[in-house]
Design a protein. Structure first.
Length: 493
């Protein structure tokens, strides 16, 4: 009986709650019976985008030259940090290509003077934490993530990996064996072939921005080379540290002083000049014959520019007109003409060296030539004809509406600030970029397209089945000479 009364009481409470919820919905016109007639999507109106503000952060510099950014974020009990180091694969000796990547890898996997790699792994796994290192073409980095309650022991390991790596020879040998395997497999993926060989055609096969690790250069790398490379670039004056998460700024500053304040470089800090960049080819059509393929992989383009260009905003709007869903290439080349599985184009700049303008995609073997011609036609059209007001509005709205995703979390924002300092950009660069998009006009887009896009200098690379490409690539022009690209992997000796 008591159970029955209790159930009835619960039912009554549920019904009362439902009535209240229903009345509340009715009050705010949310029930279907009170809903207004749906509007067509082009009748919808939206308020102006809110102005984005940078979260509060603290910046300071240690006496030894380390620059530090701290940004508190108490939403979750997590802490993340990144140390940037002014180095990069572009500073490797030509006879030791692969040295930078190996240094960045074995710096972590090789253990430290106090803990072996296995001990490091175990200590971090016990706390669901991580410490990772790496070196890419233009920078080096060390990262950590941890629960707030585990900050002290994890940060200690983070500092240890940065300051005391031992580059254990057995771990270097393992990394070299893995790299050898990657070299052996590098021609298995046609998309990978296309991207790799296109970079060589743009920058030159010997350029630090395009060269590849080979068996011979890998064999030239010793443990002493890793130690020397590390000592040359990993020191306080070359370091920018950024930490975000659930911490107290004063206590974090004290911890950083404790772990890094007494760090002194083992040798003088010197930075070599950046490698020079010039176009390796002023045009041409190139082919990698892959008889097993039933489709063609195409990239075409030329040397581009840097993010610091005052025209970058207008160039990004130009990208929006050409690229993506709703862009000219998707609408005309893929949807209307049916010439592509995928198609794209982008003015893709870099921070401190010229990037590329690249267009391309994947298409049927027998559609290769029409596909290339269709992309060329769109490049010519955006240079010679003004875009429409609708295209301008669509491209600008797309760029501006995606702007919010550049600030999804404090760690992302902090990383951006660090990158700007690393490359010497103003801290408000992202907002200058936004304003340049907002103020871009139809005339600006046509001007930058005409100024920066060079159809006569387009380098076109096709990775595909020569026998199945009909009409042949030579039909692209009376003076076209198709040049074969050799992707044979050089032997170790």
């Amino acid at each position: 009986m008591k159970r029955t009364k209790l159930r009835l009481k619960k039912v009554k409470l549920f019904l009362l709650s439902l009535c209240f919820f229903t009345v509340s919905l009715g009050t705010f016109n949310l029930l279907p019976s009170f809903a207004a007639a749906p509007k067509h999507y082009d009748e919808l109106t939206f308020p102006p985008l809110a102005e984005i503000q940078l979260p509060k952060y603290t910046r300071f510099e240690l006496k030894n030259g380390i620059r530090v950014y701290l940004m508190e974020d108490r939403e979750l009990p997590l802490i993340e940090g990144t140390a940037l180091f002014r180095t990069g694969e572009r500073f490797e000796p030509a006879e030791k290509i692969g040295l930078g990547g190996l240094t960045g890898e074995v710096m972590r996997t090789g253990g430290t003077s106090r803990h072996t790699a296995d001990e490091l792994n175990q200590l971090l796994e016990q706390r669901a934490a991580s410490v990772e290192t790496g070196i890419d073409v233009s920078s080096g980095s060390a990262n950590f993530s941890a629960l707030a309650e585990d900050l002290a022991p994890v940060f200690d390991l983070f500092a240890e990996v940065i300051r005391e790596p031992i580059f254990a020879k057995e771990k270097l040998d393992l990394a070299k064996n893995q790299t050898q395997g990657a070299i052996a497999r590098r021609n298995d993926d046609p998309d990978g072939i296309t991207g790799r060989e296109f970079q060589k055609l743009i920058y030159g096969a010997r350029s630090p921005y395009a060269r590849t690790v080979e068996y011979k250069t890998l064999a030239n790398i010793s443990r002493d080379d890793l130690v020397s490379f590390y000592q040359k670039y990993f020191h306080p004056k070359n370091m920018i540290l950024g930490i975000s998460g659930d911490f107290d700024t004063a206590k974090m500053r004290s911890l950083i002083e404790q772990k890094f304040g007494n760090w002194q470089p083992s040798q003088s800090a010197e930075m070599p000049a950046l490698p020079t960049v010039s176009p390796a080819n002023g045009g041409g059509v190139f082919l990698v014959n892959q008889p097993q393929l039933s489709q063609s992989y195409v990239q075409m383009g030329h040397l581009g520019g840097m993010l610091s260009s005052p025209d970058y905003g207008a160039l990004d709007v130009m990208n929006g007109v050409l690229n993506g869903f709703g862009g000219r290439l998707f609408n005309n080349v893929r949807s209307r003409q049916g010439l592509a599985y995928s198609v794209y184009a982008a003015w893709s700049p870099r921070y401190d060296y010229p990037g590329v303008f690249v267009a391309g995609g994947q298409t049927r073997s027998d559609a290769t030539v029409p596909f290339i011609q269709a992309i060329r036609a769109e490049i010519d059209r955006i240079r010679t004809e003004p875009i429409t007001p609708e295209e301008l509005a669509f491209a600008k709205d797309s760029a501006l509406n995606s702007f919010i995703f550049k600030f999804e979390n404090p760690n992302q924002t902090l990383s951006r600030l660090m990158r700007y300092e690393y490359y010497g950009y103003p801290e408000d660069f992202i907002f200058r970029y936004r304003r340049s998009i907002e103020t871009a006009t139809i005339a600006d887009v046509q001007r930058v397209a005409k100024t920066y896009l060079k159809p006569e200098n387009l380098v076109t690379l096709v990775v595909g089945n020569t026998a199945a490409i009909e009409p042949p690539l030579s039909s692209l022009g009376t003076s076209v000479k198709v040049q074969s690209v050799d992707i044979t992997i050089p032997p170790a000796t």
